[in-house]
Design a protein around this ligand. Structure first.
Ligand code: FUL
Length: 691
């Protein structure tokens, strides 16, 4: 009897405690993520692979006319892609099943424009299928990129195309197992082959694709997938407004369900948005999305990749990093090496959490189920939550002794919404004073702060402002090894080369003979004069740590010291040839007449190409279609090259073009069209390449 009463009592107490805990639990605030969005966010880092006919034509955007016969990888190995991605610490791979050219990497029943008609495996291959198998083997998830814009299809622009597009989507979402993400690129450039019509077709990106019905199909076939869309109707994920590898420091995972999404909103989200639409940072490990062998030496360096890492999922985003598949059908060795180096550096930086299970006190908590230690226990499902005091709530970690650190990681429990609007961190240093290390805005799923190494006994995290009581699931403190940044190299118009290190303590060593610099190479003491073709490579060396940065490398061609812009009087036009990529000239022109820049190079040369760097204001003046003329006498002009600068709007990098060698003293770049169809044309630099 006594026993029974005792157990009944115990049972009731447990029940009432559970009830108390539950009533005490913080409620969700504002829009919250779906389970699919949470699972996706927790993937953090995954790969893009770009592969198509473009790989074999050296293009970024195929026109849709290339014969499938050119698609002939010599050593295609999807298992190698998966192995590299796995070793790089990625959780999945999104494949360009169909890029804008319309060429399909799977044998679609609905078109002949696919690998079916390529020599690869005598037309019997299926790259999406091979990748699906490889992903399974390496425990990676598979995602599908299916370009809405199709420059091959005769039906593009007509209602019939939507049926074709959905048929293809159905094939991809039915035949290859579980798909984690479906990616609908926003590019709708206009001109194309379109079944031989060779014309420009424009569509209304808000209405043409009838997205709601396409979304229905996806939800039905792949209920666990998330949808990325930059074409009108909002889906589950958003673009962050650039392809350069960073999202805003202030980054809300919210947007409004309807209405325009200008750059500011893509980049920062919307604090009071009515829907959960988190940002995904997409960028390539090289300048381009597709493989070009001339970019083999331009794979991002470790410091560049680390910056991307911190500026993407260190800022409440995920990172979708692209590998251009090469003509063999493999991830190139240089890209593989860079990605593995990044994984190693991240592991080194984040393997020891100096805050894990350390003593911590908070100014305020909702009881012991939501106490300070819940943020330091390494369990993503437990959290520190304050009662109602929001502003000024603190969590102080006591390291127990002087500890060096330079990274701070913090996570909100996003299942209950994103709440924190601003916070700061301070350290109790040797002299007994609190020193502010950083002050920032949003947190979201994960925020990582990077600051110079500090030695301290305690770290204090303060919530300065929040929409509702903060719910912090994780805090980590780390000491990352120092990474030296490669110096920057520029050559001005007169041919003088200057090299700059990111920090003043470093010494710079450089070479001009194509060899990798070491500390035995030439010591840089100041700008030096050069002329003609030149390869400059440089390293920064830190005496204290005895470490060198990776080498930076710049190739220069003809120096522009004798160049004169002869058809323009605006003095600002000098920026076009000043060697400084950060200054630009914006030429304004009324009407629709072609805009030309005519230059006298001062002497004759054997040209085989030119390079154009647009002004970096992504919103105006990016030349998207051009003609390039040459002349020996400024009277008789020859058209040396014409075409498009594909994808310049999203990726406004150097645009290199090659043509049949020709003698010239005068050059003329003509803008035929800008990406925003406006009349202003922006130039940061113009150079030529010679034989
Ligand atoms: C862009 C496309 O136009 C590029 O070619 C690339 O696929 C990139 C991921 O998205 O908008």
């Amino acid at each position: 009897m006594i026993k029974k009463t005792f157990f009944t009592l115990l049972f009731c107490t447990v029940l009432s405690n559970i009830a108390k805990t539950q009533t005490n639990a913080p409620k969700s605030f504002g829009p919250v993520p779906t389970n699919q969005q949470i699972n996706w966010q927790e993937m953090e880092y995954y790969a893009f692979v770009h592969f198509s006919t473009n790989t074999f034509t050296d293009q970024e955007w195929g026109y849709g006319e290339d014969d499938p016969i050119i698609f002939n990888p010599t050593d295609l190995d999807c298992r190698q892609w998966a192995k590299v991605c796995k070793e790089a610490g990625m959780k999945g791979i999104i494949i360009t099943a169909k890029h804008h050219s319309g060429f399909c990497l799977w044998p679609s029943k609905y078109t002949d424009y696919s690998i079916k008609n390529s020599p690869w495996k005598n037309g019997k291959g299926d790259i999406v299928g091979d990748l699906a198998k490889a992903c399974k083997e390496y425990d990676l998830k598979l995602g599908i990129y299916l370009s809405p814009w199709d420059r091959n299809s005769a039906e593009y622009g007509r209602p019939e195309y939507i049926t074709y597009f959905r048929n293809q989507l159905r094939e991809l979402l039915t035949n290859y197992g579980e798909i984690f993400e479906v990616w609908f690129d926003g590019a709708n450039g206009g001109s194309g082959y379109y079944g031989g019509a060779n014309e420009t077709r424009t569509i209304d990106r808000r209405t043409y694709y009838d997205w709601q019905n396409t979304y229905k199909l996806i939800r039905e076939l792949q209920p666990n997938a998330v949808i990325w869309n930059d074409n009108g109707d909002r889906a589950d994920l958003r673009w962050v407004g650039n392809e350069a590898g960073y999202v805003g420091e202030r980054n809300w995972s919210l947007l409004n369900k309807t209405g325009d999404v200008p750059y500011e909103m893509l980049h920062h989200g919307l604090e009071d948005g009515d829907s959960w639409v988190p940002g995904e940072v997409n960028t390539s490990i090289r300048p381009g999305w597709f493989y070009h062998n001339y970019e083999d030496s331009r794979v991002k360096t470790l410091p560049q990749l680390l910056k991307t890492y911190y500026n993407s999922f260190g800022r409440n985003g995920t990172l979708l990093l692209n590998f251009p598949i090469d003509r063999r059908g493999r991830i190139h060795e240089n890209d593989e090496k860079a990605a593995i180096e990044l994984a190693k550096a991240v592991k080194e930086a984040f393997s020891v959490d100096l805050a894990k299970n350390k003593k911590a006190v908070v100014s305020n908590a909702r009881g012991k189920n939501y106490a300070a230690n819940k943020a330091l226990d390494g369990d993503k499902n437990t959290y520190w939550a304050t009662a109602d005091n929001i502003i000024g709530a603190t969590l102080t970690i006591d390291f127990g002794r002087l500890t060096s650190f330079n990274r701070f990681l913090v996570q909100e429990y996003i299942a209950l919404g994103q709440r924190v609007k601003s916070f700061k961190i301070e350290a109790l240093t040797v002299d007994g004073t609190w020193k502010e290390l950083d002050k920032q805005t949003t947190i979201g799923y994960k925020r990582i702060l990077v600051f110079p190494t500090v030695r301290a006994t305690k770290l204090r995290f303060t919530i300065l402002d929040a929409k509702s009581n903060p719910v912090i699931s994780n805090i980590g403190v780390y000491l990352a090894p120092q990474i030296l940044i490669p110096p920057s190299i520029v050559r001005n118009q007169s041919g003088a080369v200057s090299i700059h290190a990111a920090d003043e303590e470093s010494t710079i060593y450089y070479t001009l003979d194509g060899t990798t610099p070491t500390i035995q190479s030439k010591h840089y003491t100041g700008p030096f004069e050069t002329d003609g073709k030149l390869i400059v490579q440089a390293i920064a060396f830190n005496k204290e740590s005895e470490k060198s940065s990776p080498a930076s490398r710049e190739e220069f061609d003809l120096s522009r010291k004798d160049w004169k812009i002869i058809n323009v009087t605006d003095l600002e036009s000098k920026h076009l040839i000043d060697g400084n990529p950060n200054t630009a000239w914006y030429q304004k022109k009324d009407g629709n007449a072609p805009t030309d820049i005519t230059i006298d190079m001062g002497r004759q040369a054997d040209l085989n190409g030119f390079r154009y760097l647009p002004g970096q204001d992504q919103n105006s003046g990016l030349i998207s279609a051009y003609q390039f003329f040459v002349s020996t006498d400024n009277k008789n002009w020859i058209l040396a090259d014409e075409g498009e600068f594909a994808n310049i709007k999203n990726n406004p990098l150097w645009q290199s073009k090659h043509f049949k060698p020709v003698k010239a003293r005068y050059i003329k770049l003509r803008k035929l069209m800008t990406a925003d169809a406006g009349n202003t044309v922006g130039y940061a630099e113009l150079e030529v390449t010679t034989l």
